[in-house]
Design a protein around this ligand. Structure first.
Ligand SMILES: Nc1ncnc2c1ncn2[C@@H]1O[C@H](COP(=O)(O)OP(=O)(O)OP(=O)(O)O)[C@@H](O)[C@H]1O
Ligand SMILES: [Mg+2]
Length: 374
């Protein structure tokens, strides 16, 4: 009897181990499928930049410049996946390496085309690309306020702007002057995939990042396009779970020239750790006068790595700059901004002449090119 029970226990253990192994294999397959599908979609995005035969010289130069940036963005995003694959060679490593090779070839193709243009054409194309900016910082530093005023300032100066709220505790819509209920991707924009990261949802197949912006972004004041994670409501508590991977995909693949993209990131280092900011060419780290705000800023600057970064000091009165964190601009503490927030209004509408709003407007000049200024 004792022996039979022992054998049964052993059999159960083996069954459990087998189930675990089979489970892992199935998971890996879904993940592999997902990775391969994602890489195929990235290829299609990069290829879509190849200029048509009727493009003028300036259009073609801009298209190759955009392709160069898009391939670089995907390569940057792929690198940690390659590094992980080297440590853990099972999984979709071969597809990742092939994709890396393809992207490098696209990058080289774009570069070699660009070499045939004069420096002036190349400079004009680079200036016309538009910024890719991730706004980061500690909670309450002023990320949302600055993102909104920056987005609207650029739009007022004739830029096409996409503002994205990547914060599950959203606020960017309101600060832009958009009803706070707006946001989240509609059901047709997303689909489930068992291998998709985070919560098993991703951007619906057949929808490119550019189409997603065209079809699903809300058109706000000054023409700013807006996408957000969606509201966690009493009926639907899952909206951000469905949207988050898709929004990251959209940001990563929305390389259209002539658009400025500004993403308002969740406070602190968690989502940068997940590399939601991979799309950005520049990180804007907002820092307040408090010591802990500076501590977070320093961590974020380390995390964003070699991409260019700017420090923006916000809500300062006459406090000194933090050691080692020399800001590009100091935005003053401004009671009008506090009041706008209290009333649920966009600072750009409620107090367009307020000193803090004006300081952000000055900051916007940095991103404006001669051609873009209307
Ligand atoms: N320059 C400023 N002067 C005074 N108040 C400001 C200024 N900038 C932002 N605020 C206010 O500080 C508060 C926090 O700002 P904001 O929501 O932009 O920060 P955040 O970094 O996005 O915060 P969270 O991490 O919660 O998303 C808001 O009430 C906002 O109105
Ligand atoms: Mg915010």
């Amino acid at each position: 009897m004792m022996r039979r029970r022992g054998l049964e226990r052993q059999a159960a253990l083996i069954r459990g181990t087998l189930a675990a192994v089979v489970g892992t294999a199935a998971e890996l397959t879904a993940r592999e499928q997902y990775v391969e599908e994602t890489l195929r979609r990235q290829r299609a995005v990069v290829d879509s930049f190849v200029p048509g035969t009727v493009a003028s010289e300036a259009e073609a130069c801009l298209a190759w410049t955009a392709m160069q940036r898009q391939a670089s963005t995907y390569l940057r995003h792929l690198q940690p996946q390659r590094d992980a694959g080297k440590r853990r060679p099972e999984g979709p490593q071969r597809a990742v390496e092939e994709h890396h090779h393809d992207l490098e070839q696209s990058l080289e193709a774009a570069r070699s085309r660009l070499r045939s243009y004069g420096q002036a054409s190349r400079d004009a194309a680079s200036a016309g690309l538009g910024v890719r900016l991730a706004v980061m910082g500690k909670g309450g530093a002023g990320k949302t306020c600055i993102s909104s005023v920056l987005a609207r300032s650029l739009a007022q100066r004739g830029r096409r702007v996409l503002a994205v709220d990547l914060d599950t505790c959203p606020g960017l819509a309101m600060s832009l002057g958009i009803p706070p209920s707006v946001g989240g991707l509609p059901p047709e924009a997303v689909e489930q995939h068992p291998g998709a990261p985070y919560y098993g949802w991703h951007l619906a197949s057949g929808v490119s990042p550019a189409e997603a912006v065209e079809r699903f972004a809300f058109v706000g004041p000054d023409g700013v396009r807006f996408l957000g994670l969606g509201k966690i409501g009493s009926v639907d508590k899952e909206a951000p779970k469905r949207s988050v991977a898709a929004l990251v995909q959209i940001l990563l693949g929305f390389g259209l020239a002539g658009w400025d993209v500004i993403a308002d990131m969740e406070a602190g280092p968690t989502t940068p750790f997940e590399r939601y900011h991979s799309f950005s060419d520049e990180a804007m780290v907002v820092v307040g006068p408090a010591w802990r705000s500076a501590m977070t800023a320093r961590r974020l600057l380390t995390m964003v790595g070699p991409r260019s970064s700017v420090i923006v000091a916000n809500r300062f009165r006459d406090e000194a700059d933090h050691p080692g964190l020399i800001p590009l601009v100091r935005i003053p503490f401004d009671p009008d901004v506090v009041e706008a927030e209290r009333l649920g209004l966009a600072p750009m509408d409620a107090c367009p002449e307020a000193p803090a709003v004006d300081a952000v407007r000055q900051l916007a000049h940095r991103y404006l090119t001669e051609e873009a200024v209307s």
